[in-house]
Design a protein around this ligand. Structure first.
Ligand code: G16
Length: 548
């Protein structure tokens, strides 16, 4: 920036988008910045500046910015940064994002910018490229303007992709950066995304018959129009045998977004969404507000609700991939591991280790943690219990799968499906649309209805509660405990241990949410009644001592 043009730009644009005076500090958390939308314009503007710096640092590779608050209510919004291979922003940079977002006035913003240029050693003559998109929240429009002004002020070339699901933006970032390489990820367009998904799905189900019908609740969010768009690229129900119905698709009325529906509602309330009209054993799925999570469920006779959550998808996928690897003749060359968080049901972990005999690791909440660990395996299946997850194939594994010479027609058949899955699975991030097609493929191959799927193991009764507190930052987990134990407030963990010890096979942990102003309380025990009591007791203790 020889003429100090960008520094001047930062000064100007920070005047235009001043940081709210009353605001608490902004923190780049589990899923970027997230809060009430009206507090966010200055943050979105600084994210534009930061994304440009990140791109310059990486020699002009394209960086993504997504404007969404995913599962949160319609009045919230958020903004997060996507790194060049479609992964979450490198952790080291989260603190820079936080730093620049908290500049108190235009002078501080300019100083923060200049400090960063020096600190991270950025050559301002390098090109900068950013692509961005938003979900269906009305506040997204204004936040896009704010973001764009941060980009423009610092000479960043940008492309606005309009309204997309979060995983579609991740796809586009990776597709853009791999376009001219030996391994392009896919065509650089929304259309390219559907083409890749649809053609992989067709190959994956070739010669087999999917099972009946499935209904998808799209949380009245962006997943609805995008899933409908995808359907246009899939074989019709009469051709494929799979009838896909889309419900909760009202994106014109912002108030209904995630309201009594969607993956987060279904998972945390353990009940069917608004508009549910499923007959016993009919297969249903729910996306969340930006379509990066999916859970399945059904009811039995007598309307008993049965959930098939992220743990179920992880075990189903790990099991099926294991079978394909074996049938392809690759068993001695490729190993599979599963990555979960502390929210994973204890039964799922036991099933993975004892029945599937696979390695299972536990990390902190947040896709960035799981993704990182999963990337160390040949095939890493990672899912949060809330339905956020995907499967990663290491570059070497992809090469093996691609180059393997099958020795029989049966091996060829398995290998063809396995190859199709490497394209069907969005390997950049958890993707409800891609995961949906993956599950449908597996159920069809295994000739599973929801009954057989559920029967693979029995969940421990569990409950996910939340409690408002005066200051959730007071709740700090023990490092390396994957959030299973609290270090602060002093003495609370001991009290939780006392409560848990009263219940058979009880397990309970407490952690501060990174996306809502609450602490979360997860518990499981042998008996439903015990589990409810235990979580209630822990919640009561927290409310009494640390309540607002
Ligand atoms: C985000 C994160 C997920 C996380 C969830 C809840 O999901 O991407 O990894 O599990 O928030 O996080 P917390 O318990 O910290 O509030 P989403 O779908 O809202 O982006």
């Amino acid at each position: 920036d020889p003429d100090g043009k960008y520094e001047q730009g930062v000064l100007q644009v920070s005047k235009e988008y001043p940081r709210p005076k009353d605001g608490a500090d902004f923190v780049y958390g589990t899923a970027g910045f997230r809060m009430k939308a009206d507090k966010l314009p200055s943050v979105a503007m600084t994210v534009g500046i930061l994304a440009g710096l990140r791109s310059r640092k990486l020699h002009g590779q394209t960086i993504g910015v997504m404007i969404t608050a995913s599962h949160n209510p319609a009045e919230d919004n958020g903004v997060k940064i996507v790194d060049p291979q479609g992964e979450m922003l490198e952790q080291e940079w989260e603190k820079y994002a936080t730093y620049i977002a908290n500049a108190k006035d235009q002078q501080e913003a300019q100083n923060a910018y200049m400090w960063m240029v020096k600190e991270v050693r950025i050559d301002q003559k390098k090109p900068a490229n950013v692509i961005f998109a938003r979900d269906t929240r009305p506040s997204g429009e204004e936040l896009v303007r704010a973001l764009k002004s941060g980009l423009d002020a610092t000479g960043v070339t940008s492309v606005d992709y309009g309204i997309l699901t979060t995983p579609q933006l991740h796809y586009l970032v990776k597709a853009t950066n791999t376009k001219d390489t030996s391994h392009p990820y896919g065509e650089v367009s929304e259309e390219g995304y559907y083409n890749k998904m649809a053609s992989a799905f067709k190959t994956a189900i070739e010669g087999i018959k999917p099972n009946g019908s499935v209904t998808v609740d799209c949380a009245n969010g962006v997943g609805a129009p995008k899933l409908k768009e995808l359907l246009k690229h899939l074989p019709s129900s009469s051709e494929s045998g799979l009838d896909i119905r889309v419900v909760n698709d009202n994106v014109s009325n912002a108030e209904v977004l995630n309201k009594d529906c969607g993956a987060d509602f279904v998972k945390t309330q353990q009940r069917a969404p608004a508009g549910f009209d499923g007959k016993p054993y009919e297969r249903w799925a729910s996306f969340d507000g930006d379509a990066d999570r999916i859970v399945y469920y059904f009811t039995t006779e007598g309307s008993i609700f049965r959930l098939l959550d992220g743990d179920r998808i992880a075990t189903l996928a790990a099991n099926f991939l294991g079978e394909l690897v074996q049938k392809s003749g690759l068993a001695d060359k490729i190993t599979i591991a599963v990555v979960q968080t502390a929210y994973a049901n204890g039964s799922s972990t036991r099933y993975i280790e004892q029945t599937l005999k696979l390695r299972c690791e536990c990390t902190s909440t947040g896709v960035k943690h799981l993704h990182h660990v999963a990337a160390r395996s040949d095939i890493g299946v990672y899912f949060e219990a809330n339905g956020h997850g995907t499967v990663l194939f290491s570059p070497q594994t992809l090469k093996r799968i691609h180059n393997h010479q099958p020795e029989s027609p049966a091996q060829l058949e398995a290998l063809t499906t396995l190859r199709a899955l490497t394209d069907l699975i969005n390997q950049t991030v958890g993707d409800a649309i891609s995961d949906f097609l993956l599950v449908e493929t597996i159920l069809a191959h295994k000739e599973y209805t929801v009954r057989e799927w559920l029967a693979t193991y029995t969940d421990m009764p569990n409950k996910l509660g939340k409690q408002r507190v005066a200051n959730r930052a007071d709740f700090v987990t023990v490092p390396d405990s994957a959030e299973r134990r609290l270090e602060k407030p002093a003495g609370l963990q001991e009290r939780i241990d006392e409560i848990v010890a009263k219940y058979k096979d009880g397990r309970c942990f407490v952690r501060a949410s990174g996306t809502e102003d609450v602490v979360r309380i997860y518990g499981e025990a042998s008996e439903v009644f015990d589990c409810e009591n235990m979580v209630r007791e822990v919640g009561g203790e927290i409310e009494r001592r640390f309540g607002p």
